[in-house]
Design a protein. Structure first.
Length: 252
C-alpha cells in the first residue's frame, strides 16, 4: 500500500479538483493525507480571521474524514502565500510529516496567487524533504523525493485563458457522491463563493466542471492530472498505477 498526500492552498480546493481520485485511492486501501497551506481565513465577510480559520479547518477535517484521511494545515496566511525560505521550511515539514510516496498539489498556472505559490512551494519542498541538512522541525527526513503531480487549475485554464493540458485523467463516476459529500462539508463557502465569485451554486459548479472534464476524457465525470518529471524527481507512473482501472491515459 502507498501513502498519497494532497496539498493545496485553501480548504475546498482539493475537493473541487482531486477528491474523486483520492476517494478511489482510499477505497483501494491506500493511506491518504490532505493538507492546506492556509486556513482560508480571508474567505468570509461575516466572521473575523480567527473564527473563519477555525471554522474552515474544522470543515476540512470533516471532509477528509469521509475517506478516512488525516488533515493538517500549515497555517500560512491566506492571500499571503509566497515562495520564501520560512514558507518552504514549513511545507517541507508538512511533507516530512505525511511521509508520502506521491504528492498531488496545485497547478503551477492558475487564477489565484496562493495557488501558484503553493505549487512552487510544494514542488521545491518535495526536493528539500530528502535533504538532511535542510532542517525544519520534528519530522524525520525522507529517504527520497516523492513522486509529484499537479491537479488541474480552476476551470482548466491559466491566467491568460490558455488551456492547461493534463497528462492523464481519472474516471470518478463511481465515487462522485463521495466527492459531493466532501465538498458539502465546506458549508461556510457557499455564501462566500456567491459573493466573491458570483457562483450561486457551489456544488453545481463543481459538478459542471467534473462533467466537462469527463467529456475531455470520454467519460461522464473526470479529473485531470499532470506528472512533474524533471530531474531528479521520480519519473515512474506511480499514481497512474495506483489508480488502476480508473486511469484514463488518453490526453484530451
Amino acid at each position: 500500500m502507498a501513502t498519497v498526500l494532497a496539498v493545496h492552498a485553501h480548504p475546498d480546493d482539493i475537493e473541487h479538483l482531486a477528491a474523486g481520485a483520492l476517494a478511489i485511492l482510499a477505497g483501494k486501501g491506500h493511506t491518504i493525507r490532505i493538507a492546506t497551506l492556509t486556513a482560508g481565513e480571508c474567505g468570509s465577510a461575516a466572521t473575523d480571521l480567527a473564527a473563519t480559520g477555525a471554522l474552515r479547518k474544522a470543515e476540512a477535517a470533516r471532509a477528509a474524514g469521509l475517506i478516512g484521511a488525516e488533515y493538517r494545515c500549515a497555517d500560512l496566511p491566506d492571500l499571503g502565500v509566497f515562495s520564501d525560505d520560512p514558507s518552504r521550511r514549513a511545507v517541507t515539514e508538512l511533507i516530512r510529516w505525511a511521509r508520502p510516496d506521491a504528492v498531488i498539489t496545485a497547478s503551477s498556472a492558475d487564477y489565484h496567487p496562493d495557488h501558484e505559490a503553493a505549487s512552487e512551494l510544494v514542488r521545491d519542498a518535495c526536493f528539500a524533504s530528502s535533504v538532511p541538512n535542510y532542517r525544519t522541525g520534528l519530522a524525520a527526513v525522507l529517504e527520497a523525493i516523492p513522486h509529484l503531480y499537479f491537479m488541474d487549475p480552476i476551470g482548466g485554464r491559466d491566467r491568460l485563458g490558455q488551456k492547461v493540458v493534463a497528462d492523464f485523467g481519472v474516471d470518478i463516476a463511481s465515487v462522485f457522491a463521495t466527492k459531493q459529500q466532501m465538498l458539502s462539508a465546506h458549508a461556510s463557502q457557499a455564501e462566500w463563493v456567491a459573493r466573491q465569485h458570483g457562483i450561486t451554486d457551489h456544488l453545481g459548479s463543481m459538478e459542471a466542471w467534473s462533467r466537462r472534464r469527463g467529456r475531455d476524457f470520454g467519460v461522464s465525470l473526470g479529473e485531470g492530472f499532470r506528472q512533474y518529471r524533471h530531474a531528479p524527481y521520480p519519473k515512474t507512473p506511480l499514481l497512474q498505477d495506483l489508480l488502476g482501472d480508473a486511469l484514463i491515459v488518453t490526453t484530451p
